[in-house]
Design a protein around this ligand. Structure first.
Ligand SMILES: Nc1ncnc2c1ncn2[C@@H]1O[C@H](COP(=O)(O)OP(=O)(O)OP(=O)(O)O)[C@@H](O)[C@H]1O
Ligand SMILES: [Mg+2]
Length: 168
């Protein structure tokens, strides 16, 4: 893939990618989408504007969603149904407390029939199930640097598929 490169650097023990522009990140997200399946949880970390929602948009489009993708910042969650798959896109930036979690019934969203993508997982702390995949985004000049890491066996299988997808 041009404009993306991979270095198997050890410190964070993940796969690293650099994206010069939004289009290259969206293309990559489409490839990641083809490695995901129901039951998975993905955590997205990075500062405001790092590209978490953009990445989610790329995943949704890759899964076949053709409509608008908006940031769930104010609702905490946006719900998508793509044929039989449910995708829940959370943004816990404005998350306050456990009560809110229980009240909204978020626990049930994490189930074998859904993919959950979570922005600002740090804000929900230990309430969240273990992430199969953790993605860290960082702004570097006018581009973005991404690190992707597996947290479970399912996540590891996903990363193996991703490596094949992008011919590493
Ligand atoms: N290489 C790139 N990849 C992704 N986004 C980029 C890139 N270059 C520039 N951008 C821009 O950066 C912004 C990323 O915004 P986005 O809403 O995706 O960030 P976010 O991480 O979800 O922020 P927040 O924490 O506020 O929800 C967009 O305006 C996008 O156009
Ligand atoms: Mg966002």
């Amino acid at each position: 893939m041009h404009s993306t490169h991979f270095t198997d650097s050890k410190p964070e023990s993940g796969l690293h990618f650099d994206f010069a522009d939004e289009t290259s990140l969206l293309n990559w997200a489409g490839k990641l989408a083809s490695c995901l399946h129901a039951g998975m949880t993905i955590h997205l970390s990075g500062t405001l504007g790092a590209g978490k929602t953009t990445l989610t948009r790329g995943i949704l489009h890759g899964l076949g969603h053709t409509h608008h993708v908006r940031s769930p910042t104010y609702n905490l969650v946006e719900i998508y149904k793509i044929s039989r798959l449910y995708l829940y896109h959370f943004d816990f930036y404005r998350f306050n407390d456990r009560y809110e979690w229980e009240e909204a019934g978020f626990r049930e969203y994490f189930n074998p029939d859904s993919i959950c993508i979570v922005e600002w997982p740090e804000k929900a702390g230990d309430l969240l199930p273990t992430a199969d995949i953790q993605i860290f985004l960082e702004i570097v000049d006018s581009g973005r640097r991404l690190v992707i890491r597996a947290g479970t066996d399912t996540g590891n299988q996903c990363l193996e598929k991703l490596k094949n997808q992008i011919h590493m």
